[in-house]
Design a protein around this ligand. Sequence first.
Ligand code: EPZ
Length: 419
Amino acid sequence: MNPFISVRGGNQLHGQIAIGGMKNAALPILFATLLIRGTTQIENIPPVTDIETTLLILKAMGAVVTRLSPTALRINADAAEPDAVPRELTTRLRASSYLLGAGLGRFGRIRTGLPGGCDFGSRPIDLHFRLFSAMGAETRYNANDVEAVAPKGLHGARVRLGFPSVGATVNGILAAVTANGRTVIENAAREPHVVDLAVFLNKCGARVSGAGTPCVTIDGVAELHGCCHRVVPDMIEAGTYLAAVAGTGGRVRLTSVEPRHLGAILDRLNAMGVFTEVGKGCVTAARTSPLLGTDIETLPYPGFPTDMQPQFAPLLSLSSGGGCIWERVWDDRFRYAEELRRMGATVAVKNRCACFRGNDRLIGGKVAATDLRAGAAMLIAGLCAEGTTTVTQPYHIDRGYPDLIQHLHDLGADVARTE
Ligand code: EPZ
């Protein structure tokens, strides 16, 4: 039997949980260790499968990884080799594209499998290539591999990104930290994970300034040394639990969060009639009255995160009045709509917009986790539905949510996983 998660809907969520470190910050930081001489200690790493795959890639390349606890490790990549990239693993996750920037910086050449990850339509990496090319590297790709080489080393460059791409900004920073001279990335992504990478690299001796603004400046240094770093809290994990309690009703307090990162999410919850309260390192959400309809537009940070829109979809279905989600980041991120329809949602999708009629009754059914956040959305729908929902393909959810089933259970949900 294939594994699945079953949820019996109807229970309100009550209680408190601690949020883990941000997957999308930990991934670039782990790949950045290829650039560092000596040992680095990284804490608050979420125990999810995308992280495990990344560690397998780094170990296959020759890095020595020592576990200190389930969420902390030491890593030393002094012996890493560019020719030992396990391409079959790199195709499993998007963040393996960070091997290009880190590999160019460390070895002046790298070849990796095409990066995989969630399927949202086309996911080009042309902006990454444009950065590398401006810095003196050549890039080539075919149906299986991507290769980047800089036989004369990398030099600084000024590049304006056509879109504030997280991946291109990260790769530009990784390539530039040990390049010769100054690199300026204009229209850079401002996401907290970009800032956390810069904070980490600066602790290692890099000179990165402006991270978190649209203009990031990197002055190359000769060498980076190890440091100790704690990964920032995961705003998407936090947002997912906030959306869950908004759907079920009840009251949940999240600790180990960075409330500053949650502004756009809390704004939409408040618009839907959900009470929220922010404290130092914590946030509480409670819903005692019916959900109100609203519209949502996803945008690069500090806008509403695209990685949160699927989790809001069941809320809009249940709300009085419904509302539309305008997806401004990805071409095709509404594949979950068909799954929600199986549970009784009325949703019309046209191009990058999904409109939810609202006032729907969700009825438990068999639905698939079509990608990571869509999987979380199906669990939320199941928590709010009448009867039992079976969510198949849970491996997508495992890529990004540590202890999700246990946390939901602790909050009072009737949820179980069957292997
Ligand atoms: C990161 O993907 C995240 N992944 C995604 O989270 C997230 O949805 C996305 O940023 C946007 O916030 C990781 O951090 C590992 P982008 P990334 O480059 O870097 C276009 C999750 O659920 N683009 O910012 O791949 C692209 O097609 C995952 O945790 C180009 O055109 O996203 C898209 O429309 C899913 N050319 C837009 O930019 C390029 O070279 C944003 O992509 C690069 C991107």
